[in-house]
Design a protein around this ligand. Sequence first.
Ligand code: CU
Length: 517
Amino acid sequence: MASNQHYSKPSSHITRRAAIAAGVAIPLAPLAVGATTAVQGYSDDPAAADRRTGGLQFKPDYVLNIEPKITSPFGVPVGSILVNDQDPGPEIRYTVGDTFRVLLQNHLDTPCTVHWHGMIVPNWMDGVPGITQMPIHSRQSFFVEYPLVQSGSYWYHSHFGLQEQLGLHGPLIIEEKTPPYAYDHDVTCFGTDWVNQNPYTLIPQIRGDQPATEAVADPKGDLYKLPGSNKVFDVDINYPGFMLNGGTNAKPWSFNCRKGDRLRLRLINGATATSFRVALDGHEMEIIQCDGNPCVPIKVDSICMAVAERYDVLVTIKNTGTFTLHWCALGQSQQVVGVINADGDGKANLGRPAFGARVGGMGHYGSLRSPNDTRPPEGPVRTFEMELGGNMMDYLWSMSGEYLSEAFVPKYIADAAPLNIEYGERVRIRFTNKTTMWHPMHLHGHFYRLLAQPGKWDQRDAILKDTVGVGPGQHVDIEFYADNPGHWICHCHNLYHLAAGMGRIFHYGVEPVGLEV
Ligand SMILES: [Cu+2]
């Protein structure tokens, strides 16, 4: 909290807002340091900022080759988009204080962009086409560089059209300088969903504009429910299959360890439209972080994960044997499994898991508390009442009655106005979900406080997140501190809801309250 007041002046006479408007490249370090120190609940290392001031260095640590491929994880060959010929793409791993240096090479015939989900980036590194950058055109490269001011489990994905569904996604891990807990293995678990057809056909099929395939039929069988609810968990797509670290039930991902080992599992929901309930046979999981931020540890038997959420858990392997990690798709009858093998036979349990009583995550956010005081610095309060609207029939999804200009929004209704805020404000968003579906609401470029109870704005220990599942009929309050100027999209992370309009843009410049620029 103490460092929240710092803000470095830009060294040039160009204001950042003018620079953003004009698309001018201005030096990264001075502005980015301002963003660094303002991250709530973090103690960043000031020396790291000094190390970053050595100027730009155009040598990437990772090269991501984005290429068209044909893949068939569920027996049907489909045109996909893979990174370095892998699904998911390669894990990018850094330590907080490092500088992120990644070269994107677009080998597609179409444009693309890549967004770094959950990262507190300078606005022009955010990867949202038409909002923070021009798309990376076919056969072009784009060098991404920004200071890493946070640790935790994140991921990257395309923010262009429906490319994310085609495989353009991967984990992004930022290690702490000193891990806050002791463990023997640091293991990333990246869950995804997959369709056996061109995803651009799905919305037209749901709308009845094209003949329907199995992918838009109602899911059949014994559907996984959200614990504590007797209702069917509504889904958009009837997925033929799911993957965990690229593995399927026919060929599961597996990890070898020994009895007594302590694992830090980084559970990342990298799916486009699937919420999972995750459980490990015979073991409890201790949640230590969510969305990259520490929480007061809680022990659970399963975790419900909204699209794009991340949970870091500690697990101590109790016995010799093979233990199956189940990722069960809410609202569907299928799961995908992975295997934690401690000198066992390595065979996966493909049966439905015996979920224990203790549940964490989506639908149970009240049990997630920050160990820190996350209240923002003093500042003017600005509140947005944000009604989430839409239905499956028209397949148009809105925020406060307006539709963002996206691929499946007719031009004449794509009129969502920017939401103007000012530097130094406490911005409060009150989501009210008027629909029958869950909406994983994500804000770029900031963490927000998720209140355990709506209206309790003075809660000291509100958890910091970047994505929250807002359930049918629910009212959810979040709050962020406006200290990272730019154009920031706030949107539903169900890929198809965003493509059908469910996003708004927050906009603010550097002319702050009480600061001279
Ligand atoms: Cu949604």
